[in-house]
Design a protein around this ligand. Sequence first.
Ligand code: NAP
Length: 268
Amino acid sequence: MRIAVFNNPGDKSTTVATDLIQKLKQNQFVIDNDDPEIVITVGGDGTLLAAFHHYEKQLNRIRFVGVHTGHLGFYTDWRDFELDDLVASLLQDTGQQISYPLLDVGVRFQNEAARTHYLALNESTFKRVSATLVADVYIRGEHFESFRGDGLCLSTPTGSTAYNKSVGGAVLHPRLEALQLAEMASLNNRVFRTLGSPLVIAPSEWIDIYPDRSAGDYVLQVDQFLLRKSPLEEIRYRIADQRIAFARYRHMHFWQRVGDAFIGTDDL
Ligand code: NAP
Protein backbone atom coordinates (compact mmCIF):
# COMPACT_ATOMS: atom_id res chain seq x y z
CA MET A 1 0.00 0.00 0.00
CA ARG A 2 1.27 3.46 -0.97
CA ILE A 3 1.07 5.97 1.86
CA ALA A 4 1.84 9.69 2.03
CA VAL A 5 2.60 11.37 5.33
CA PHE A 6 1.66 15.04 5.39
CA ASN A 7 2.57 16.97 8.52
CA ASN A 8 2.44 20.52 9.74
CA PRO A 9 5.95 22.00 10.10
CA GLY A 10 5.90 22.29 13.91
CA ASP A 11 8.56 20.40 15.90
CA LYS A 12 6.13 17.97 17.52
CA SER A 13 4.35 17.05 14.27
CA THR A 14 7.67 16.65 12.45
CA THR A 15 8.95 14.28 15.16
CA VAL A 16 5.72 12.25 15.12
CA ALA A 17 5.72 12.11 11.30
CA THR A 18 9.35 10.90 11.24
CA ASP A 19 8.50 8.21 13.78
CA LEU A 20 5.42 7.17 11.78
CA ILE A 21 7.34 6.93 8.48
CA GLN A 22 9.90 4.67 10.17
CA LYS A 23 7.17 2.39 11.53
CA LEU A 24 5.44 2.27 8.13
CA LYS A 25 8.67 1.33 6.35
CA GLN A 26 9.40 -1.36 8.94
CA ASN A 27 6.03 -2.87 8.03
CA GLN A 28 6.70 -2.83 4.27
CA PHE A 29 4.43 0.09 3.41
CA VAL A 30 5.61 2.21 0.49
CA ILE A 31 6.01 5.91 1.21
CA ASP A 32 4.72 7.71 -1.89
CA ASN A 33 3.87 11.38 -1.52
CA ASP A 34 2.94 11.81 -5.21
CA ASP A 35 0.46 9.02 -5.88
CA PRO A 36 -0.69 7.69 -2.51
CA GLU A 37 -3.68 5.48 -1.74
CA ILE A 38 -3.75 6.72 1.85
CA VAL A 39 -2.73 10.16 3.11
CA ILE A 40 -1.93 10.32 6.81
CA THR A 41 -1.89 13.84 8.18
CA VAL A 42 -0.01 14.68 11.35
CA GLY A 43 -1.01 17.92 13.07
CA GLY A 44 -4.56 19.14 13.57
CA ASP A 45 -7.75 19.68 11.61
CA GLY A 46 -6.00 22.58 9.86
CA THR A 47 -3.30 20.16 8.67
CA LEU A 48 -5.92 17.84 7.20
CA LEU A 49 -7.47 20.86 5.50
CA ALA A 50 -4.09 21.68 3.94
CA ALA A 51 -3.58 18.04 2.85
CA PHE A 52 -7.05 17.97 1.33
CA HIS A 53 -6.19 20.91 -0.91
CA HIS A 54 -2.76 19.48 -1.71
CA TYR A 55 -4.38 16.27 -2.99
CA GLU A 56 -7.74 17.67 -4.18
CA LYS A 57 -7.17 16.55 -7.80
CA GLN A 58 -6.67 12.94 -6.63
CA LEU A 59 -9.66 12.63 -4.29
CA ASN A 60 -11.22 9.72 -6.17
CA ARG A 61 -8.30 7.43 -5.31
CA ILE A 62 -7.28 8.66 -1.86
CA ARG A 63 -8.47 7.92 1.65
CA PHE A 64 -7.38 10.22 4.46
CA VAL A 65 -6.38 9.37 8.02
CA GLY A 66 -5.76 12.11 10.58
CA VAL A 67 -3.35 11.92 13.52
CA HIS A 68 -3.71 14.79 15.98
CA THR A 69 -0.70 16.01 17.92
CA GLY A 70 -2.90 17.90 20.38
CA HIS A 71 -6.49 17.23 21.47
CA LEU A 72 -8.66 15.03 19.23
CA GLY A 73 -10.04 16.95 16.25
CA PHE A 74 -12.96 16.57 13.88
CA TYR A 75 -10.96 15.17 10.96
CA THR A 76 -8.53 13.23 13.12
CA ASP A 77 -9.29 9.81 14.63
CA TRP A 78 -5.87 9.08 16.13
CA ARG A 79 -3.66 10.65 18.76
CA ASP A 80 0.11 10.87 18.39
CA PHE A 81 0.71 8.18 21.06
CA GLU A 82 -1.36 5.64 19.08
CA LEU A 83 0.96 5.16 16.08
CA ASP A 84 1.44 1.42 16.74
CA ASP A 85 -2.35 0.89 16.81
CA LEU A 86 -2.70 2.89 13.62
CA VAL A 87 -0.03 0.82 11.82
CA ALA A 88 -1.73 -2.39 13.05
CA SER A 89 -5.03 -1.14 11.58
CA LEU A 90 -3.36 -0.28 8.29
CA LEU A 91 -1.94 -3.81 8.13
CA GLN A 92 -5.50 -5.16 8.35
CA ASP A 93 -6.98 -2.63 5.92
CA THR A 94 -9.81 -4.01 3.80
CA GLY A 95 -10.53 -0.75 2.01
CA GLN A 96 -13.08 0.42 4.57
CA GLN A 97 -14.03 4.06 4.19
CA ILE A 98 -16.55 6.71 5.03
CA SER A 99 -17.08 9.69 2.77
CA TYR A 100 -18.53 13.15 3.32
CA PRO A 101 -19.88 15.92 1.07
CA LEU A 102 -17.83 18.85 -0.18
CA LEU A 103 -18.80 22.35 -1.25
CA ASP A 104 -18.52 23.39 -4.89
CA VAL A 105 -17.88 27.12 -5.21
CA GLY A 106 -18.59 28.26 -8.77
CA VAL A 107 -17.45 31.85 -9.25
CA ARG A 108 -18.25 33.93 -12.31
CA PHE A 109 -15.84 36.84 -12.45
CA GLN A 110 -16.84 40.02 -14.29
CA ASN A 111 -16.06 39.83 -18.02
CA GLU A 112 -15.77 36.03 -17.89
CA ALA A 113 -18.47 33.82 -19.38
CA ALA A 114 -17.60 30.56 -17.60
CA ARG A 115 -17.51 29.86 -13.88
CA THR A 116 -14.26 28.98 -12.16
CA HIS A 117 -14.77 26.16 -9.67
CA TYR A 118 -13.17 25.70 -6.26
CA LEU A 119 -13.68 22.92 -3.73
CA ALA A 120 -14.11 23.52 -0.01
CA LEU A 121 -13.88 20.96 2.74
CA ASN A 122 -15.03 23.32 5.53
CA GLU A 123 -16.62 26.39 4.05
CA SER A 124 -16.54 29.43 1.85
CA THR A 125 -17.12 32.89 3.26
CA PHE A 126 -18.06 35.96 1.28
CA LYS A 127 -17.46 39.23 3.11
CA ARG A 128 -16.93 42.91 2.78
CA VAL A 129 -14.86 44.53 5.50
CA SER A 130 -14.65 48.16 4.39
CA ALA A 131 -18.43 48.68 4.25
CA THR A 132 -21.70 46.75 4.34
CA LEU A 133 -21.94 43.78 2.02
CA VAL A 134 -25.00 44.15 -0.19
CA ALA A 135 -25.95 41.02 -2.08
CA ASP A 136 -29.01 39.26 -3.43
CA VAL A 137 -29.40 35.64 -2.36
CA TYR A 138 -31.21 33.18 -4.60
CA ILE A 139 -32.14 29.62 -3.66
CA ARG A 140 -32.71 27.23 -6.54
CA GLY A 141 -33.03 30.13 -8.95
CA GLU A 142 -35.67 32.00 -6.90
CA HIS A 143 -34.91 35.30 -5.19
CA PHE A 144 -34.83 34.64 -1.43
CA GLU A 145 -33.54 37.79 0.26
CA SER A 146 -31.47 40.93 -0.18
CA PHE A 147 -28.66 40.62 2.33
CA ARG A 148 -26.97 43.52 4.07
CA GLY A 149 -24.37 42.87 6.71
CA ASP A 150 -20.80 41.68 7.19
CA GLY A 151 -20.98 38.51 5.14
CA LEU A 152 -22.24 35.02 4.45
CA CYS A 153 -20.77 31.64 5.36
CA LEU A 154 -21.59 28.54 3.32
CA SER A 155 -20.44 25.36 5.00
CA THR A 156 -20.36 21.61 4.59
CA PRO A 157 -21.59 19.30 7.36
CA THR A 158 -18.00 18.51 8.42
CA GLY A 159 -17.21 22.23 8.29
CA SER A 160 -20.21 23.09 10.45
CA THR A 161 -18.06 22.84 13.60
CA ALA A 162 -15.56 25.38 12.24
CA TYR A 163 -16.23 28.98 11.13
CA ASN A 164 -19.95 28.24 10.74
CA LYS A 165 -20.28 27.52 14.44
CA SER A 166 -18.50 30.74 15.36
CA VAL A 167 -21.12 32.75 13.47
CA GLY A 168 -24.07 30.97 15.10
CA GLY A 169 -24.65 28.17 12.58
CA ALA A 170 -25.91 24.76 13.66
CA VAL A 171 -23.64 21.76 14.05
CA LEU A 172 -24.70 19.20 11.41
CA HIS A 173 -24.04 15.48 11.58
CA PRO A 174 -21.41 14.82 8.87
CA ARG A 175 -23.44 12.06 7.24
CA LEU A 176 -26.13 14.58 6.19
CA GLU A 177 -26.12 15.59 2.54
CA ALA A 178 -26.67 19.29 3.03
CA LEU A 179 -25.22 22.78 2.84
CA GLN A 180 -25.68 25.46 5.44
CA LEU A 181 -25.91 29.21 4.94
CA ALA A 182 -25.14 31.29 8.02
CA GLU A 183 -25.27 35.06 8.22
CA MET A 184 -22.58 37.28 9.68
CA ALA A 185 -23.98 40.32 11.44
CA SER A 186 -26.95 40.92 9.16
CA LEU A 187 -28.68 44.28 9.22
CA ASN A 188 -32.27 43.77 10.31
CA ASN A 189 -34.54 46.72 10.87
CA ARG A 190 -37.70 48.29 9.37
CA VAL A 191 -35.97 48.80 6.04
CA PHE A 192 -33.68 45.82 5.59
CA ARG A 193 -34.76 42.29 6.30
CA THR A 194 -33.11 38.87 6.07
CA LEU A 195 -34.11 35.51 7.48
CA GLY A 196 -31.86 36.21 10.46
CA SER A 197 -31.13 32.56 11.19
CA PRO A 198 -29.01 29.87 9.53
CA LEU A 199 -30.67 27.74 6.88
CA VAL A 200 -29.86 24.29 5.51
CA ILE A 201 -30.55 23.32 1.92
CA ALA A 202 -31.16 19.90 0.36
CA PRO A 203 -28.89 18.15 -2.15
CA SER A 204 -31.09 19.10 -5.11
CA GLU A 205 -30.80 22.80 -4.26
CA TRP A 206 -28.16 25.46 -4.79
CA ILE A 207 -27.53 29.01 -3.62
CA ASP A 208 -26.56 31.91 -5.88
CA ILE A 209 -25.16 35.15 -4.53
CA TYR A 210 -25.17 38.31 -6.65
CA PRO A 211 -23.18 41.08 -4.96
CA ASP A 212 -23.88 44.74 -5.64
CA ARG A 213 -21.85 45.45 -8.79
CA SER A 214 -20.91 48.97 -7.76
CA ALA A 215 -18.55 47.65 -5.06
CA GLY A 216 -15.58 45.49 -5.89
CA ASP A 217 -13.78 45.14 -2.58
CA TYR A 218 -15.11 41.74 -1.61
CA VAL A 219 -13.30 39.05 0.33
CA LEU A 220 -14.00 35.57 -0.94
CA GLN A 221 -12.46 32.78 1.09
CA VAL A 222 -12.43 29.04 0.35
CA ASP A 223 -11.27 27.20 3.48
CA GLN A 224 -7.91 28.77 4.35
CA PHE A 225 -7.46 30.43 0.93
CA LEU A 226 -8.25 34.00 0.10
CA LEU A 227 -9.19 34.37 -3.57
CA ARG A 228 -7.84 37.55 -5.05
CA LYS A 229 -9.14 38.08 -8.56
CA SER A 230 -11.04 40.63 -10.57
CA PRO A 231 -14.49 41.75 -9.32
CA LEU A 232 -17.03 39.01 -9.42
CA GLU A 233 -20.51 38.81 -10.84
CA GLU A 234 -21.98 35.78 -9.10
CA ILE A 235 -21.13 32.84 -6.84
CA ARG A 236 -23.01 29.55 -7.08
CA TYR A 237 -22.76 27.22 -4.08
CA ARG A 238 -23.83 23.61 -4.36
CA ILE A 239 -22.84 20.17 -3.08
CA ALA A 240 -19.86 19.02 -5.12
CA ASP A 241 -19.80 15.85 -7.22
CA GLN A 242 -16.58 14.86 -5.44
CA ARG A 243 -16.47 13.67 -1.83
CA ILE A 244 -13.71 13.26 0.73
CA ALA A 245 -13.07 9.69 1.91
CA PHE A 246 -11.56 8.69 5.24
CA ALA A 247 -10.13 5.26 6.04
CA ARG A 248 -12.20 4.65 9.14
CA TYR A 249 -10.72 1.84 11.23
CA ARG A 250 -12.70 2.53 14.37
CA HIS A 251 -15.97 4.20 15.09
CA MET A 252 -15.87 7.61 16.71
CA HIS A 253 -19.18 8.84 18.05
CA PHE A 254 -19.71 12.24 16.40
CA TRP A 255 -21.68 13.82 19.25
CA GLN A 256 -19.12 12.65 21.77
CA ARG A 257 -16.49 14.43 19.66
CA VAL A 258 -18.61 17.58 19.64
CA GLY A 259 -19.12 17.38 23.40
CA ASP A 260 -15.44 16.84 24.02
CA ALA A 261 -14.39 19.73 21.77
CA PHE A 262 -16.88 22.35 22.88
CA ILE A 263 -18.34 21.39 26.23
CA GLY A 264 -15.59 19.36 27.86
CA THR A 265 -17.41 16.13 28.56
CA ASP A 266 -15.71 12.71 28.71
CA ASP A 267 -12.04 12.51 27.79
CA LEU A 268 -11.80 10.54 24.53
P1 NAP B 1 -6.37 28.52 11.81
O1 NAP B 1 -6.87 29.90 12.13
O2 NAP B 1 -4.94 28.21 11.98
O3 NAP B 1 -7.21 27.41 12.62
C1 NAP B 1 -8.56 27.41 12.69
C2 NAP B 1 -9.05 26.54 13.85
O4 NAP B 1 -10.19 25.84 13.35
C3 NAP B 1 -8.06 25.50 14.37
O5 NAP B 1 -8.21 25.42 15.76
C4 NAP B 1 -8.54 24.21 13.71
O6 NAP B 1 -8.28 23.05 14.48
C5 NAP B 1 -10.02 24.45 13.67
N1 NAP B 1 -10.75 23.69 12.65
C6 NAP B 1 -10.44 23.51 11.34
N2 NAP B 1 -11.38 22.77 10.75
C7 NAP B 1 -12.31 22.47 11.71
C8 NAP B 1 -13.52 21.73 11.71
N3 NAP B 1 -14.00 21.18 10.60
N4 NAP B 1 -14.22 21.66 12.87
C9 NAP B 1 -13.77 22.23 13.99
N5 NAP B 1 -12.63 22.94 14.05
C10 NAP B 1 -11.91 23.06 12.92
O7 NAP B 1 -6.78 28.27 10.29
P2 NAP B 1 -6.46 27.06 9.34
O8 NAP B 1 -5.80 25.97 10.12
O9 NAP B 1 -5.84 27.61 8.12
O10 NAP B 1 -7.96 26.63 9.03
C11 NAP B 1 -8.80 27.42 8.22
C12 NAP B 1 -10.14 27.29 8.87
O11 NAP B 1 -10.18 28.16 9.96
C13 NAP B 1 -11.29 27.72 7.98
O12 NAP B 1 -11.75 26.69 7.16
C14 NAP B 1 -12.32 28.14 9.02
O13 NAP B 1 -13.22 27.08 9.31
C15 NAP B 1 -11.52 28.42 10.26
N6 NAP B 1 -11.71 29.81 10.64
C16 NAP B 1 -12.51 30.07 11.69
C17 NAP B 1 -12.79 31.36 12.05
C18 NAP B 1 -13.69 31.59 13.20
O14 NAP B 1 -14.13 30.61 13.82
N7 NAP B 1 -14.02 32.84 13.50
C19 NAP B 1 -12.24 32.43 11.35
C20 NAP B 1 -11.43 32.15 10.26
C21 NAP B 1 -11.17 30.83 9.91
P3 NAP B 1 -6.81 22.47 14.74
O15 NAP B 1 -6.27 23.26 15.88
O16 NAP B 1 -7.09 21.04 15.10
O17 NAP B 1 -6.03 22.62 13.48
